[in-house]
Design a protein around this ligand. Structure first.
Ligand SMILES: *Cc1c(COP(=O)(O)O)cnc(C)c1O
Length: 462
């Protein structure tokens, strides 16, 4: 059967209809889902039906069953974890990525989308002030981006010690020492585990969760000279939003021959806003960086970005045919710069987001998120019984009440209230309510309503 355009009309028309209904409502509906996964699952119980269903019917059935279980992540009052919304241009581009159905692994086979991803990569490097010759790989998220950067790091530091890990594996080779800050994200430990590098050595952090340069100096000096070493730094602590002191630590690590990887899932984007760029001073001297496009840049899930300054070690680790690359890397295929072979052209929505924002718009987006975070912190600190417990330098605000029990109870009342979503967490020995401002659509009204929601949750003991 030949597929024709009209075969898709029903499914696409219904999908566009449901998408519009959702997007019209997402800023006003209660933010939390009404149904949990078990409740939605009960509407999907039963065996695979014997008879199929027309495409438009499938889309209608899907939309109606899933709707009660949707979290309004696209709402301007969703502040959970660290999750961005979706810019309109990025969403439109994402739909096209599915319609075009290009396997974005090779320049030769899918030149259109590969060229768009390469352009997006150049814009990302430029906007973030990173080296123009770096390899950019589009991956599923910052976890995989860190896996990629640390995979390149592992090969490079072992090669310097005379050990080819890609040829010989890890067994029998020199041990690799990995130093991380006490408040690195859990995904760094995951990536190290996938790479067979085990549990890292933890270096102390200060009261905002920043790695301490003096503690790093001590840890680096403790190793025998020539020990293959990787240092993982952080741009954007999920609780405080703080940034590691790159200007001191990157040079220090390099003095000891270490590879420096930066986890900047949402913080790397501070580099794009002139008023925030001081936070990332010295960061561009690192060797690899992991970030997300699906957080601060507001492209739809999923898109992470793995950036490695020197193409040779990343292609040696992830390239399919590594031997010919070593002298003259050239542009390379997408599958040489990331773990996946076949994948969707997930870098295309990143291009669209950047094209729609422009340099000024991107800086304005990031500075705007940080500005709303400051406004939320100011509003919260005027509520009796609420304290802002971090220095609000970026997009993250942590609140605490008089004790953990009260903080937790207020968090539960906020979820029940539904006008906003703020995650409960634990930071530095106390329960906190954590606000992450990551959505492009958050405005002053959302900020005011959020402060009011917290005021209600604190005032009404339930
Ligand atoms: C979200 C986050 C990650 C993990 O990113 P994913 O996209 O979920 O893989 C890593 N580090 C930090 C600091 C994060 O905020």
């Amino acid at each position: 059967m030949t597929a024709r355009g009209k075969d898709f009309d029903g499914a696409l028309d219904r999908a566009a209809h449901h998408a519009r209904v959702w997007l019209e409502d997402v800023g006003e509906r209660p933010v939390p889902p009404r149904a949990d996964a078990d409740a939605v699952g009960r509407t999907l119980a039963g065996p695979l039906p014997d008879r199929g269903l027309a495409p438009d019917g499938v889309v209608d059935e899907l939309a109606s069953r899933v709707e009660p279980g949707l979290m309004a992540i696209g709402s301007g009052r969703f502040f959970g974890w660290v999750m961005g919304g979706t810019l309109p241009a990025a969403l439109g581009a994402d739909w096209l990525v599915s319609a075009w159905d290009q396997n974005a692994g090779m320049r030769f086979s899918t030149p259109g989308v590969v060229a768009v991803e390469e352009a997006a990569g150049r814009w990302v490097l430029d906007a973030l002030g990173l080296p123009a010759g770096a390899d950019v790989g589009f991956v599923t998220g910052a976890t995989t981006a860190s896996f990629t950067g640390l995979g390149a790091a592992r090969g490079a530091v072992l090669a310097r010690a005379g050990w080819d890990v890609h040829e010989r594996g890890l067994v029998g080779g020199p041990p690799v020492r990995v130093l991380v800050g006490a408040e690195r994200h859990d995904s760094v430990d995951l990536a190290l585990r996938y790479l067979g590098l085990g549990t890292p050595t933890v270096v102390g952090a200060d009261d905002q969760g920043r790695i301490r340069a003096d503690a790093l100096a001590t840890a680096l000096a403790a190793g025998a000279p020539g020990t293959p070493t990787i240092v993982v730094l952080q741009a954007g602590n999920v609780h405080s939003g703080s940034f590691d002191p790159f200007a001191e630590t990157v040079a220090l690590a390099h003095d000891h021959g270490a590879w420096v990887h930066v986890d900047g899932a949402f913080g790397l984007w501070a580099a794009a806003a002139p008023e925030l760029a001081h936070l990332v001073r010295g960061m561009a001297d690192a060797d690899s960086w992991a970030t997300d496009a699906h957080k601060t840049l507001n492209v739809p899930y999923d898109c992470g970005i793995a950036i490695v300054a020197d193409p040779v070690p990343v292609r040696a680790a992830f390239g399919v045919h590594t031997a010919y690359l070593v002298d003259a890397p050239g542009p390379g295929n997408p599958y040489d710069k990331a773990p996946e072979l076949s994948r969707r052209a997930r870098g295309v929505p990143t291009w669209a987001a950047l094209r729609s924002l422009g340099r000024d718009g991107l800086g304005g987006l990031v500075a705007g998120l940080a500005g709303h975070a400051r406004a939320i912190a100011e509003g919260m600190s005027r509520i009796d019984g609420v304290r802002v417990v971090n220095d609000v330098v970026y997009t993250q605000v942590c609140l605490a009440l008089a004790d953990d029990a009260r903080t937790r109870a207020a968090g539960q009342r906020l979820v029940a209230d539904g006008d906003t979503w703020i995650s409960g967490s634990r930071w530095q020995g106390r329960d906190v309510l954590r606000v992450s401002v990551s959505n492009w659509s958050t405005d002053d009204d959302d900020v005011a309503r959020t402060v009011e929601a917290v005021r209600r949750a604190v005032r009404d003991p339930g």
